[in-house]
Design a binder for this molecule. Structure first.
Ligand code: UD1
Length: 385
């Protein structure tokens, strides 16, 4: 059996790491190993958005790099498909496995489900690969999000739908996906977090940022902010409102803000640079370059509050038990609200401030969501095998 694993953007690397680990563990203990090939589409390509994650998560270097880079949605998706199809035809995998909801996920899913192998070989009569989707079934019910489109389309094409929470299975059944294709396995992003929690202790990020004098001393209070969704950073008025909310919150607790490249591009495009720098300089907001996995995990673990519009961070704060305020009107991950520390604040300045202050004074107590136990990758590989 041969699996072709696909990853392309920062959160994909975190999700696929545990699947690759599980493959290695299985292959060491069996005499019928699963052959795999790892394809990096190159959707994310900056050192801090890509290579750092390979190093820190001990990911094997990709067997194939498609190097597509950034572009409009249509061009990026088309370019990934164009470069991925010959790889599938050449390698003839039995399974193509995609993770998450980014453009790379959908582009490769579409190729895998339409490709036809020229003729059966002695070892395989398969005419196309089966498609497996890790993190299937999540729905924000907001089709203005590019990720929602990628999720719906990838799920419609998939043969194996691996879900992270019970709501995802319900969404898929409602969309008419046959029950026998759906497997509730848990969360591979959580697998990776649990595995790297101890290693993150070696991070020196807290002292580098002056949050801690030395290893033994107490850590200062701080909050962490991440922001990159088009609905928050592509509209100058919304973006400005969020910054105003941040500057109010930062008077109470300093905010560390690793700035995503997309957000930095928007700041430049809106000629917001001097406004942005004066807001951040005059309130307690400290802007940083994007951080590596271990530094960010360590920073999150000690924060009093996280403000974010990321999907994965809502899940990670649930596991870490750190209060999370999500700057969106919806979440495709409702278990982070029912079981976790997450609250939805929307994007209005007053609402963000209200939720941040209330999370600081009365943090929510989390419960562990079902199957978020560090073994999702293993379950996926057992099912595929
Ligand atoms: C993508 C995903 C989003 C995910 C996010 C995580 C889609 C539709 N969106 O959004 O779901 O939460 O990744 O980070 O797939 N850029 C760089 N260097 C890089 C990568 C991007 O400078 O290494 C800049 C480019 O100018 C690019 C912009 O960031 O145009 C956006 O990158 P892109 O991959 O298109 O989407 P993200 O906003 O990163």
């Amino acid at each position: 059996m041969k699996i072709l694993l696909v990853a392309g953007a920062r959160p994909n690397f975190v999700k696929i790491a545990s699947v690759i680990d599980a493959l290695h563990v299985r292959n060491r203990s069996t005499n019928s190993p699963i052959d795999y090939l790892f394809v990096h589409t190159g959707q994310h390509y900056d050192e801090q958005m890509s290579q750092t994650f390979f190093t820190e998560l001990s990911l094997p270097q990709p067997s194939v790099s498609l190097e597509v880079g950034s572009s409009s949605h249509a061009r990026q998706t088309a370019e990934i498909m164009n470069r991925f199809e010959p790889v599938v035809l050449r390698e003839r995998p039995d399974v193509v496995l995609v993770v998450g909801d980014v453009n790379s996920t959908f582009a490769c899913a579409l190729v895998a489900s339409k490709v036809t192998y020229p003729q059966a070989t002695q070892t395989s009569r398969r005419t196309r690969p089966l498609l497996a989707h890790v993190e299937a079934g999540l729905r924000s019910f907001d089709r203005s999000m590019p990720e929602e489109i990628n999720r719906i389309l990838t799920d419609a094409l998939s043969d194996f739908l691996f879900t992270t929470e019970e709501s995802a299975g319900e969404n898929l059944l409602r969309e008419g996906i046959p029950r026998e294709k759906i497997y509730f396995v848990g969360n591979t992003m959580v697998d990776t977090l649990l595995k790297h929690r101890d290693k993150a202790q070696e991070s020196t990020i807290l002292s580098q940022l002056g949050l801690k004098e030395n290893q033994e001393s107490e850590c200062r209070d701080y909050a962490v902010m991440t922001l990159h969704r088009p609905c928050n950073v592509d509209n100058p008025d919304t973006f400005r409102g969020i910054l105003e909310a941040l500057s109010t919150i930062a008077k109470k607790i300093p905010i560390l803000f690793p700035v995503h490249p997309r957000t930095m591009n928007r700041i430049k495009a809106f000629c917001f640079e001097s406004y942005f720098h004066s807001v951040t300089r005059n309130s307690g907001i400290c802007c940083l370059d994007p951080l590596g996995y271990l530094d960010f995990l360590w920073l999150m673990s000690h924060a009093k509050l996280i403000l974010t519009d990321s999907g994965g961070i809502q899940e990670e704060t649930t596991v870490l038990g750190i209060p999370c305020v999500t700057l969106r009107d919806n979440t495709e991950r409702p278990v982070t609200i029912t079981h976790g520390t997450n609250v939805l604040a929307g994007t209005r300045k007053e609402d963000i401030i209200h939720h941040a202050f209330s999370q600081l004074s009365q943090p929510v107590k989390p419960r562990k969501p079902p199957l978020w136990d560090g073994h999702a990758g293993k379950r996926i590989i057992e099912i595929l095998a």
